[in-house]
Design a binder for this molecule. Structure first.
Ligand SMILES: Nc1ncnc2c1ncn2[C@@H]1O[C@H](COP(=O)(O)OP(=O)(O)O)[C@@H](O)[C@H]1O
Ligand SMILES: [Mg+2]
Length: 238
């Protein structure tokens, strides 16, 4: 479980996150939605330990992440909006985290093969990753995250720049990793349709505030806050 308490972050004297309390349950898919510039990425970067400049605390497994070491980091994987691939082959990209974790070579080979099949990238092992298309690059970034069987997977608008076919492949892989390994997924998206397709619960962030959290059905059908209603029904300018 991730428990965030009183998370605030100010940059240049302006609060971009305002005392956010949020719980992410083990094994759930939580979508963080909200207009552009509302603070979704800033919040995610605090939860996934990339940003340390904030007030409040984040507990993972009951322990403040400020005091926890590499073990918690290694239980996490992330995929960003802009695909990140390393200057090496597709195989080396996907095997990267397994080599770090000293997994035996035969097991690495088997797991890489399997995850490439899942992301429809079989047979591309020896291709140079930087020469792939945008959609293929993102599938490799996702494969690299998937293959380490993370406990926690953080996704920041992972399909925002992709065409429908690539979106479908990545969304299938999100469902698959969640079901198969019980991976807890936090996905930032401004796309309500995607949140509806993937999430168990939705957290709505508007202007640095966590406006409300609820099941997909509740958020869509009976939002408690008028700002949620406006966002969900597309009235909000973003
Ligand atoms: N390091 C930073 N320095 C200055 N402003 C920032 C920084 N990070 C985020 N912001 C600002 O904080 C607000 C929220 O940004 P962000 O978390 O990226 O929103 P979202 O992901 O919802 O689009 C924006 O106004 C953005 O310009
Ligand atoms: Mg963002």
């Amino acid at each position: 479980m991730i428990t965030a308490r009183g998370i605030s972050r100010s940059v240049n004297g302006r609060y971009i996150l305002k005392s956010i309390d949020l719980e992410v349950k083990d094994g759930e898919v939580l979508a963080v939605v909200g207009p552009s510039g509302s603070g979704k990425t800033s919040l995610l970067r605090i939860l996934n330990m990339l940003e340390r400049d904030y007030q409040g605390s984040v507990l993972i497994g009951g322990r403040d992440i400020r005091d926890s070491g590499m073990a918690v980091r290694r239980s996490m994987a992330m995929v960003f909006q802009k695909p990140v691939v390393f200057s090496m082959s597709v195989y080396e990209n996907v095997a990267y985290g397994l080599k770090l974790r000293k997994v035996p070579k035969a097991e690495i080979d088997a797991r890489v093969k399997e995850v490439l099949a899942l992301l429809d990238m079989s047979g591309k092992e020896s291709e140079y990753a930087r020469h792939l298309s945008g959609g293929e690059s993102q599938r490799i970034a996702f494969a690299r995250a998937y293959v380490v069987k993370p406990k926690l997977l953080f996704l920041d608008e992972p399909t925002a720049n992709l065409d429908r076919q690539n979106v479908a492949i990545i969304e299938k892989a999100v469902r698959d990793i969640n079901k198969r390994y019980g991976t807890t997924v936090v996905i930032v998206t401004h796309n309500m349709a995607q949140a509806k397709r993937l999430a168990d619960r939705i957290a709505v962030v508007i202007d640095g505030e966590l406006v409300e959290t609820g099941t997909v059905k509740d958020i869509l059908e009976k939002p408690a806050d008028p700002r949620t209603k406006a966002f969900v029904s597309g009235d909000m300018v973003f």
